[in-house]
Design a protein around this ligand. Structure first.
Ligand code: BGC
Length: 770
């Protein structure tokens, strides 16, 4: 854990330059706009420890798999989001000495991420080896309003003496991924062009032939007067620069504006991408930095209007939740069903920027509440578009009849992961994809989605479960053998309770959906039956049999669902009995020891109880919670949030709040000592769930919104807005009451503390808390 950032409700502030923290700060201060994202690398050169990282949505490379022991069914490659050309760079020389914070004396330094406006800024005073001092203020943003553009304003003041300044804005496509399996270069340079203050690069990914075009347009002013002298241009493959030299008198100020265009072949064809980049850039420069910034911050205002959570009385909690909401919105815009959310977003290379079950299990609940239905619909469509590949993936493993096995890790629908215990065994991801469809429908009422796309996915997943189970003559039950549940500290287990529960639930939900679609739109139902050769009578008869006879391990002595068969043969200990020096286990223990221990990496049985909570009474939830929470080490960032929701449900508010702080400030306070690798973007959505579903007790039951708000002891108020069936509600909770305001025009039914209320459009209810 590292606490070096200042607590502030709307900003992340670093007040000192410490090279030790730089890589962590590069992650924490990352900026993005859903199309492009970037670590908070310095504009000027930096020779200290850094991870230069710029990423463009949907631009990936199939990196040939590296694996010791090949298993049939392993993918040939791991698709990675690529480190893309660096477009922010501005090299600075003071009297021909390079300005490099690793080499000069940093007298003062302040870096600020303004989350309200989406602006990254930095101010520092540095003394060059010559003794000359420069003050630099750098501001940049990637436009939310015009997402293919961004801008940097880099200002230099000569503090104690006059100096010659050479500044060299450049574009550099010669970048590599730190995590490349074979140290390959992933880009082919297509073209480069520089003329005066305007430069362009086009690079194309090897194998996937995806193109990225970058453009820069430079304007510079000395004490407000535009510098018109033409720069010296230099160019080579994958690189262009414009070099300007001028004398800067003592106290004079140089302002450099770098307008940026980043376009990709997702939206532009090879033939027009260069021309389009020129157009986009011309428009950006005509708009100017201030107006671009205004439009960008206006967009952020709109985002905060829907998604902010206000916490009064606890600034750390306030900063934590805004940090999470901010990064989620920087990572995913929701307007393109080809894109998804990688566990690290655009802030690092780990996890390859690929899609995991994290999206369905954690991110979708966030977007359902904070963004128009189309955003979640696009996330669902992403999987619909990959259905064919999921069927192929299942075929490779021996499944038939259109059974779909979605990948655990993917970029384009194909499996990328090659650890057998995850690739082949973490089959629960199929259930999360089915559950997300259900969650979307209950939140939005968009039955058309079920008819046009959802049912087809559900049938394919159900066909998978129907083949994945086998009949145990010994138990006289259906069993699911050889799986890994969400708890990856157990592999190849039999009858993981969570997986069996999800499998049987999916079959049931698919049967119900078939009935619904058959009734609502028989023509479309029949055409689907033909398309997928669905023998509905026979297939659903088997599914019903599986539902009726599925085996669910249970531990009578404790009255809890058993995580998997054999779990109790392990030496039973609690996490509290562990020597703190032994934690995190995944850094301190051998894998052999982890696998033999009873310690649980992340919510597993509790993940299932979280999804299907309405099936269980409070005593059952409490028994399971106490049993499993005490054995869980939360070494996945996705774990604490689920425990918060259940702890709050059980009115264990102190524990809920403690776990909440851990999830919400996981990255800001670097709990796991790994933030330099990137941020935990998908778990950030879990933090949102922790407040909304945990503290506010939000649920959806029988088509209605349910709230059971509680407030952590040190909070005065918390307030948030959520979307439900197209209506926006504002909920405010304090120590005495709950106010629910319906901000839409139509009436909404809400159940608060068990009482039903119909709230007319544009009106509010005040309810006293017990
Ligand atoms: C977790 C998985 C998760 C992955 C990516 C792992 O540590 O155990 O559940 O999908 O990280 O976030």
């Amino acid at each position: 854990m590292k606490k070096y950032l200042k607590v502030d409700p709307w900003q992340i502030i670093e007040e000192q330059f410490n090279a030790e923290n730089h890589k962590s700060s590069e992650s924490i201060f990352s900026i993005g706009n859903g199309l492009v994202g970037q670590r908070a690398n310095f504009e000027e050169d930096y020779s200290g420890r850094t991870l230069q990282g710029t990423y463009v949505a949907g631009i990936y490379y199939p990196d040939k798999t590296k694996v010791g022991w090949w298993k049939n069914g392993y993918p040939e490659y791991f698709a990675k989001v690529l480190n893309a050309p660096n477009f922010i760079g501005i090299r600075i020389f003071i009297d021909e000495e390079a300005l490099d914070l690793a080499k000069c004396k940093v007298i003062s330094f302040r870096r600020v991420l303004n989350m309200k406006e989406g602006i990254l800024s930095r101010n520092f005073l540095a003394e060059m080896p010559s003794g000359k001092q420069v003050e630099v203020t750098a501001i940049r943003f990637l436009s939310m309003a015009v997402p293919e553009t961004g801008a940097v304003r880099y200002s230099i003041t000569a503090v104690n003496d006059g100096m010659e300044v050479r500044f060299v804005p450049y574009l550099d496509g010669n970048v590599v991924n730190e995590d490349a399996n074979w140290d390959e270069v992933f880009w082919d340079q297509v073209s480069h062009e520089i003329k005066g203050n305007e430069g362009y690069l086009i690079a194309k990914t090897k194998k996937t032939s995806l193109e990225v075009a970058n453009g820069m347009l430079i304007q510079a002013f000395c004490d407000g007067t535009e510098i018109t002298q033409p720069p010296l241009n230099a160019e080579r493959s994958g690189y262009v620069e414009a070099s300007y030299t001028l004398s800067l008198a003592k106290k004079s100020k140089l302002d450099i504006y770098k307008y940026i265009g980043v376009l990709s072949s997702l939206y532009h064809s090879g033939g027009t991408i260069l021309g389009d980049t020129k157009q986009v850039l011309k428009k950006a420069a005509e708009t100017g930095f201030e107006k671009m910034q205004e439009a960008h911050t206006a967009r952020w205002r709109g985002i905060w209007e829907h998604s902010d959570i206000i916490v009064e009385g606890d600034e750390e909690a306030q900063q934590g939740i805004r940090f999470n909401i901010f990064h989620l919105n920087q990572t995913y815009r929701g307007d393109d069903p080809r894109l998804n959310i990688g566990p690290k977003g655009f802030t690092g290379e780990k996890y390859g920027g690929s899609t995991y079950w994290d999206t369905e299990a954690f991110c979708i609940p966030f977007f359902l509440c904070t963004a128009p239905a189309s955003v979640t619909r696009n996330l669902l469509l992403y999987r619909y578009k990959h259905l064919e590949k999921a069927i192929e993936n299942a075929q490779k493993l021996g499944y038939t009849n259109g059974a779909a096995f979605y990948p655990m890790v993917t970029m384009n629908g194909e499996e990328c992961h090659n650890e057998w215990e995850i690739t082949f065994e973490e089959i629960h991801r199929n259930g999360a994809i089915a559950f997300a469809i259900f969650n979307y429908i209950r939140h939005t009422g968009d039955h058309a989605y079920l008819i046009d796309y959802g049912l087809e996915v559900l049938v394919a997943i159900s066909r998978f479960w129907s083949q994945r189970v086998n009949w145990s003559g010994e138990k006289m039950k259906y069993v699911i053998l050889g799986v890994t549940g969400p708890n990856e500290y157990e592999n190849n287990v039999n009858n993981n309770w969570y997986t069996n529960t999800l499998a049987s639930w999916t079959l049931q939900y698919t049967i119900e959906t078939i009935e619904l679609v058959r009734q609502v739109d028989p023509a479309k139902y029949n055409s689907l039956v033909n398309k997928i050769s669905f023998n509905d009578k026979e297939e659903t008869a088997r599914w019903k049999d599986i539902i009726a006879k599925m085996y669910f391990p249970y531990l009578e002595s404790q009255g809890v669902f058993l995580q998997q068969e054999g779990y109790m043969d392990k030496e039973q200990m609690t996490a509290a009995q562990l020597d703190p020096k032994q934690r995190p286990l995944n850094q301190k223990w051998s894998w052999d020891r982890i696998l033999r221990s009873c310690f649980i990496k992340q919510a597993d049985v509790l993940q299932g109880i979280y999804l299907f909570e309405e099936r269980y009474d409070t005593e059952t939830i409490a028994r399971n919670f106490d049993f499993y929470e005490s054995r869980t080490v939360h070494e996945s960032s996705l774990s604490p949030c689920v425990h918060v929701v259940l702890a709050a449900r059980l009115k264990k508010m102190d524990l809920a709040h403690r776990l909440y702080l851990r999830t919400s400030r996981l990255d800001i306070d670097d709990y796991n000592n790994e933030v330099h690798e990137g941020l935990h973007i998908t778990s950030m959505a879990g933090t949102y769930m922790a407040i909304i579903e945990g503290f506010a007790g939000k649920r959806v039951r029988e088509g209605r919104l349910v709230l059971n708000p509680q407030i952590p002891a040190n909070w005065k108020t918390f307030a948030f807005k959520i979307l439900f069936h197209g209506c926006q509600l504002k909920v405010t909770v304090n120590n005495t009451k709950v106010i629910v305001k319906n901000e839409s025009n139509t009436s909404v039914e809400v159940i608060v503390f068990g009482t039903d209320y119909a709230i007319a459009g544009n009106s509010a209810i005040d309810i006293m808390r017990n």
